[in-house]
Structures are given as structure tokens and as C-alpha cells.
Design a protein around this ligand. Structure first.
Ligand code: 13P
Length: 339
């Protein structure tokens, strides 16, 4: 694929007013979400849940792309249309999670490295044939007393960059996702330090692996206080520190930035994105690639019952609209209240 095709896809993923729905939970992760609503984790329930999300009216208004899991990429809507065709019909790009999850990193206690490079070239070729236009690989950096280590940051940056190069060679836009976890009691200052370190390492590795920045999308965590930190930073402070850190580390050539929500409450994740866009003058579009912060209210409304589909879709559409506004810096508490 010519590089301008990759660039056009990457740009479309972060069109102002639209963002990405992360619906790529592995079978284990969706099982944990289903446990919370007492729904059995079987293929038909996973299909029905994703069908509910993807047939939500007006999805294309706020959603530029959906990240799918391998199983979901091959599934169909109730009327027999494949999910890939259904999304395309609504102007939503299908994407695919390609990492194989995290494993303990040798000699680095409590640290993880993301696996999945073996055979990735072949898998990407198949995913491209099945209609995937972009991919995702998530690396995890935890903050603790003696972590992260240089080893963990370097190993994860290297894997992210190798993944990104393999995707681009297959004509697929890579979402590069280095997640600095918000678990723990660390301060926002410490999160800023670790995020800056991580992003510097990631962009050096992307350069070493000849990845085209214009044909890629960054999916970072926000600079935020640890969940258990007694001193929680304000929305404005999160916005200012996040944008400052990104400006220090992310080249302007990157097509766009689509944040993960990482366990933030839905409305807080929206408010943070909105505050960043209200700062203005950012070199890249700042958008969303939320999983939990988009799906949570919808999941709770659904509860595995077909009678609840309309309410669940309305809940998703509301979060979609609110985040769409936030990607333009036009969100407000008053609009949030208009359900
Ligand atoms: P959250 O927004 O729930 O963090 O999920 C986004 C994602 O895709 C994590 O890899």
C-alpha cells in the first residue's frame, strides 16, 4: 500500500469530532466485564453484545473506527451482515488488536512485556484481507517504588516499534499504545516523569524501525494522579501536564493522538479530553480511543437482555456524543445532563 493511503486512514481515525471505540477485549477481559452484569461468557453473548454496540444508531457520527478482537472480526450481525461490512456501511473503519497480551519480564520483578511479534507478518496479511484498516498493540508500564526499570521501558518500546513497522508494511495503520498505569499511590509529578521517559523511548524506537509517523496514531494514557494518591490533581492540571508532556515528546508529524481511558470514570475521561482541547494550539488532533469510558453505561443498561438493547444503545450514543464534543473542546456539564 502506498504511504499516502496509510496517511489518509490515520487522518480519518482522528477526524475532529470523531474517535475510536475500543471493543477489542480478549475473551478473558470481556468475561470480567460480563461477570459484573451476570452474563455468561459464551460466543453468542459476546457476539450479541458487540452487535448491540455496532448497530447503535448514528454510530458513524462520533465513531471513526472500532478496534475488534480476532473472534469479533470474523463474526456477523443478527441479519447475517459481517461486522466488517456493517461498520464500513456506517463509515466506521474496522481495526484489530494484534498483541498477544502481557507476560512477566525476566529479571524485572512486577514488570510486564507485551508479546505477539512471532508470526505477526502473516497475521497482519490475513487481517488486511479480512478488512482491517488499522491495528492496536498495548504496552503496559507500571509505576511503583523501584519501577519502571529502563529494561521494561526499552523492551516495550522496541516491541511497539517492531509491531508498528510490520503493520505499515502490510498496509495497516498502527495504533501505538504505551499505557502508563494509573493504579498505585504515585503523584501526578511522578506520572509526568514516567510518561515523558516512556514516550521518548517509544519515538526513538519508532525512528530506529523506520516507522512513518504520518501513518500512525498514538494512544497514550493521560498524565494523572495515581488512583490511590491522596492528592488528586484537578481536571485543568491533568490537561496542562498531559499536553505539556506530549509537546515535549511527540513529533508534530504523528497523524493524531487518541487517548485510552485507563479506568477513569466515564465523565472524568470526557472532561479531561475537553480541557485539553480547550487549551487550543495543539500540533495534532486530540481524540479518544476509549474502551471502558465509552462502554460502561451501555454494558450496565444491556445486562444481556434483548429488551434492553435500545436503552443500552442510547447510553452508548450519549457517551459517544459527549466525547465527540470533547474532541472539539465543546463539552460542558450542562450538555452532559441532557440525556
Ligand atoms: P480503556 O479506555 O478501557 O483503558 O481501554 C482502551 C484500550 O483499548 C486499552 O488497550
Amino acid at each position: 500500500m502506498a504511504s499516502n493511503d496509510l496517511n489518509a486512514i490515520a487522518k480519518a481515525m482522528v477526524t475532529p469530532g470523531r474517535g475510536i471505540l475500543a471493543a477489542d477485549e480478549s475473551t478473558g477481559t470481556i468475561g470480567r466485564r460480563f461477570d459484573s452484569i451476570n452474563v455468561e461468557n459464551v460466543e453468542e453473548n459476546r457476539r450479541a453484545y458487540r452487535d448491540m454496540l455496532f448497530t447503535s444508531k448514528g454510530i458513524g457520527d462520533w465513531c471513526s473506527g472500532v478496534i475488534l478482537y480476532d473472534e469479533t472480526l470474523r463474526q456477523k450481525s443478527a441479519d447475517g451482515t459481517s461486522f466488517v461490512d456493517l461498520l464500513n456501511k456506517n463509515g466506521v473503519l474496522p481495526g484489530i488488536k494484534v498483541d498477544a497480551g502481557t507476560k512477566a519480564l525476566p529479571f524485572c520483578p512486577n514488570e510486564l512485556v507485551t508479546e505477539g511479534l512471532d508470526g505477526l507478518q502473516k497475521r497482519c496479511a490475513e487481517y488486511a484481507k479480512l478488512g482491517a484498516k488499522f491495528a492496536k498493540w498495548r504496552a503496559v508500564i507500571d509505576i511503583g517504588a523501584d519501577i519502571p526499570s529502563t529494561t521494561c521501558i526499552a523492551a516495550n518500546a522496541h516491541a511497539l516499534a517492531r509491531y508498528a513497522a510490520i503493520c505499515q508494511e502490510a498496509g495497516i495503520v498502527p495504533i501505538v499504545e504505551p499505557e502508563v498505569l494509573m493504579d498505585g499511590d504515585h503523584t501526578i509529578e511522578r506520572c509526568e516523569q514516567v510518561t515523558e521517559w516512556t514516550l521518548n523511548a517509544v519515538f526513538e524506537a519508532l525512528y530506529m524501525n523506520r516507522v512513518s509517523l504520518e501513518g500512525s496514531v498514538l494512544k497514550p494514557s493521560m498524565v494523572i494522579s495515581g488512583k490511590k494518591c491522596p492528592q488528586q490533581a484537578s481536571v485543568q492540571e491533568v490537561a496542562e501536564r498531559t499536553v505539556r508532556t506530549l509537546k515535549r515528546t511527540v513529533p508534530a508529524a504523528v497523524a493524531g493522538i487518541a487517548f485510552l481511558s485507563g479506568g477513569q470514570a466515564d465523565e472524568v475521561a470526557t472532561a479531561h479530553l475537553d480541557a485539553m482541547n480547550k487549551l487550543g494550539n495543539n500540533p495534532w488532533p486530540l481524540s479518544y480511543s476509549y474502551g471502558r469510558a465509552l462502554q460502561q453505561p451501555s454494558l450496565k443498561a444491556w445486562r444481556g437482555q434483548s429488551a434492553n438493547v435500545a436503552a443500552a444503545q442510547a447510553a452508548l450514543a450519549h457517551r459517544g456524543r459527549m466525547n465527540s464534543l470533547a474532541s472539539l473542546g465543546k463539552y460542558s456539564a450542562a450538555l452532559e445532563a441532557q440525556k
